[in-house]
Design a protein around this ligand. Structure first.
Ligand code: BTN
Length: 246
């Protein structure tokens, strides 16, 4: 497959830039990639900031178009998390864990994050901007306002080649997205559940004002998180959901 790739030294956010192009109806190719050396307003999920200092980490966005509406886009986050796992496993033999919907953890600390943004209707074409941030080498001092335990690849891997990582990540992402487009999450459910950081643990799920507690059982076919509550299984969805370990 063919992935046009663009590298910018500085940008506000690679996701914001691709989203602006979508909204301006610029011609886009599925699989086109934008990488930046630093972001001035890197964004995380739920309106958070993603620390994006110069030259160290990977700030990567991948454009992809789905033709069958927003509904089909629901499970993309799951496929993307698995693709990041695939890349880190094949390149570095690392075994990361996945925290629903798409945080990547190593030894209990956050290594990478995924921000999937959509532009589309219930029916018809849906434009996806898949943003991936991977901590490669967090510069001294840049990390002081990260509000959770974090780690970076250079703390675990000797020789790091960012270009090679971009190539392998792109390959893994294209493969998982093709699989998702063909057969949904069917074949990805078991491997994702095997990597679930909170499998079998009591967790709290927060959506805005409401909170639910239950045993984390993994994902369902649509990519929702399944909690066991008083012996009953219930699935939860939505971009604003966070999963916390007590
Ligand atoms: C999260 O864990 O909250 C998601 C973090 C996603 C960060 C990446 S870096 C490249 C892309 N551009 C952004 O502004 N955010 C994503």
């Amino acid at each position: 497959c063919h992935n046009p790739i663009e590298v910018e030294p500085v940008i506000d956010s690679t996701n914001s830039e691709l989203m602006r192009r979508v909204q301006a109806k610029q011609p886009m190719v599925s699989g086109q990639i934008l990488v930046a050396e630093m972001q001035q307003s890197g964004r995380g999920r739920r309106g958070r900031t993603w620390q994006s200092p110069f030259g160290a980490n990977l700030y990567y966005s991948y454009y992809w178009r789905l033709d069958d509406g927003l509904q089909a886009a629901m499970g993309v986050s799951i496929a993307v998390g698995l693709a990041v796992y695939d890349a880190l496993k094949s390149l570095y033999q690392l075994d990361v864990a996945l925290k629903w919907p798409n945080d990547i953890y190593l030894n209990g600390k956050k290594l990478a994050g995924v921000l999937v943004e959509l532009d589309g209707q219930v029916e018809g074409p849906c434009h996806l901007v898949i943003g991936i941030g991977i901590n490669l080498l967090m510069p001294e001092g840049a990390s002081t306002n990260i509000d959770q335990p974090w780690t970076d690849l250079s703390s675990h891997i000797g020789a790091l080649d960012k270009n090679q990582l971009v190539a392998v990540l792109t390959h893994c992402l294209a493969a998982r997205l093709a699989q998702y487009q063909k057969s949904g999450l069917g074949e990805m459910r078991a491997p994702w559940n095997a990597l679930n950081a909170f499998a079998g643990e009591v967790v709290t799920l927060s959506t805005g004002q409401r909170q639910w507690r239950g045993v984390c059982e993994g994902i369902d076919e649509q990519g929702g998180i399944v909690l066991r509550q008083d012996g009953e299984l219930k699935s939860y969805f939505g971009g604003e959901i966070s999963l916390r370990k007590d």
